[in-house]
Design a protein around this ligand. Structure first.
Ligand code: ADP
Ligand code: MG
Length: 402
């Protein structure tokens, strides 16, 4: 799960990680009031108006602007940014609508650095990455000059050791900004590590981490992804979630207790179990790649779904415009084939079936399931094996497209 920059900074502040003063704003009027308040509090007329969307690269896309001329200037920028369709290298060409702003104190820095932390799954450790090439172009650094990225792996038994943070501090050349700057960085790192662990993050990024004129270090941006597996112990995440930024269908599925993943292709897939879901994705690609046929999503109804859940699941697939054909691939173990068949028929009768449907059922109550489908009067293509089903679905989409 992702959160906004301002929410991340509120969390940072709880751990004593220095961040600029700032306030979220949901309207232009509010942006104006907050800018006035900030200017009064800081004594500086400079504020920064920042679009809050769950994607990076906002600065380059025109979503981060400095207002040097006081609250009126901030208001004018807020008018431009709020409601804009912000396109960055992380949003895709359609961009994301800006619905929230962050009005922040404008700071003068000596230098911008990159600092990030993720879980390194191969090493099973949290890894910190730091670079002198901070600011907005870290992807380029990683691609073109990876040697400029310093890394430190943290042993979970000891936690982050001060010597490791010191290594990064001197690797970044922070001593050039005064003898206290490396010490401040070490403190910063300790707080960031604590935040990563206690908040169950999967990714934490401070880009840029800056050294201010007085040698202080500060987080000028924040990006936090939470590890969804930790959700059960973080009731507060529910309030941090911004539903506008989430995939609508994925949200609906989650609320119905279904696992749904949205993809870029054209075949809707109703499956049960993660393993069968992966295998189904693979086999569609094997047979469909050359004809441009690939999965549009998969909906895993799991082992214990009831008929209402299956109906809901199938309706969700039917509603997607991307879906040019539907492949139902079910191995009924705990899940019974007749429950699936009844769910599919109920949903198709309610919404109408406008695309080809290929069904492959095996397992418990398979005969009954097949009978329910064949008695339904729906145009269903039956498949015997996964390969047979995949070939039939590819033929249906490729044939229909030509
Ligand atoms: N409070 C601030 N004061 C001064 N400059 C800022 C401030 N916040 C951001 N900036 C500048 O804008 C750039 C982009 O902002 P950032 O928050 O990193 O957004 P993004 O990473 O999405 O582009 C930063 O690298 C920094 O140069
Ligand atoms: Mg940034």
């Amino acid at each position: 799960m992702k959160i906004h920059e301002y929410q991340g900074k509120q969390i940072f502040a709880k751990y004593g990680i220095p961040v600029p003063k700032g306030y979220p704003a949901f309207t232009v009027e509010e942006a104006y009031e907050k800018a006035k308040q900030l200017i009064a509090e800081t004594g500086s007329p400079v504020t920064v108006v920042k679009a809050q969307i769950h994607a990076g690269g906002r600065g380059k896309g025109g979503g981060v602007k400095v207002a040097k001329g006081g609250a009126d200037d901030a208001k004018a920028l807020a008018e431009k940014i709020l409601g804009m369709q912000l396109v960055t290298h992380q949003t895709g060409p359609e961009g994301t609508k800006v619905r929230r702003l962050y009005i922040e104190q404008g700071l003068e820095m000596q230098k911008e650095f990159y600092l990030g932390a993720v879980v390194d799954r191969d090493r099973r450790r949290i890894v910190f990455m730091a670079s002198t090439e901070g600011g907005v172009e870290i992807e380029k650094v990683a691609a073109e000059s990876p040697e400029k990225i310093l890394t430190v792996h943290v042993d979970p038994a000891t936690g982050l050791m001060p010597y490791q943070s010191n290594q990064l501090a001197f690797g970044l050349g922070l001593q050039a900004f005064g003898k206290d700057t490396p010490k401040k960085f070490v403190k910063f790192m300790a707080a960031l590590y604590e935040c990563f662990v206690k908040e169950d993050c999967s990714l934490l990024e401070v880009n840029p981490l800056v050294v201010l004129k007085n040698g202080d270090v500060m987080a000028l941006d924040s990006k936090i992804n939470f590890d969804d597996n930790g959700e059960f112990r973080h009731k507060e995440w529910a309030e941090l979630q911004d539903k506008d930024e989430e995939d609508k269908v994925e949200l609906e599925a989650k609320e119905a207790g279904l696992n749904y993943v949205s993809l870029d292709g054209n075949v809707g897939c109703l499956v049960n179990g993660a393993g069968l879901a992966m295998a189904t994705m693979d086999i569609i690609k094997v047979f469909g790649e050359k004809d441009g046929v690939s999965p549009a999503n998969f909906l895993d109804v799991g082992g214990g779904a009831n008929q209402e859940q299956v109906t809901k699941a199938f309706k969700m697939i039917l509603k997607s415009d991307k879906v040019k054909a539907i492949f139902v691939n079910i191995f009924g173990g705990i899940m019974k084939c007749d429950v699936i068949a009844n769910g599919v028929v109920a949903a198709a009768k309610e919404l109408g079936l406008k695309v080809p449907l290929v069904v492959r059922l095996e397992g418990t109550n398979v005969e009954l399931g097949r009978k329910i489908l064949s008695d339904s009067g729906l145009a269903i293509t039956a498949a015997t094996t996964m390969a047979d089903g995949a070939q039939k679905i590819v033929a249906a989409v490729a044939g229909g497209a030509k």
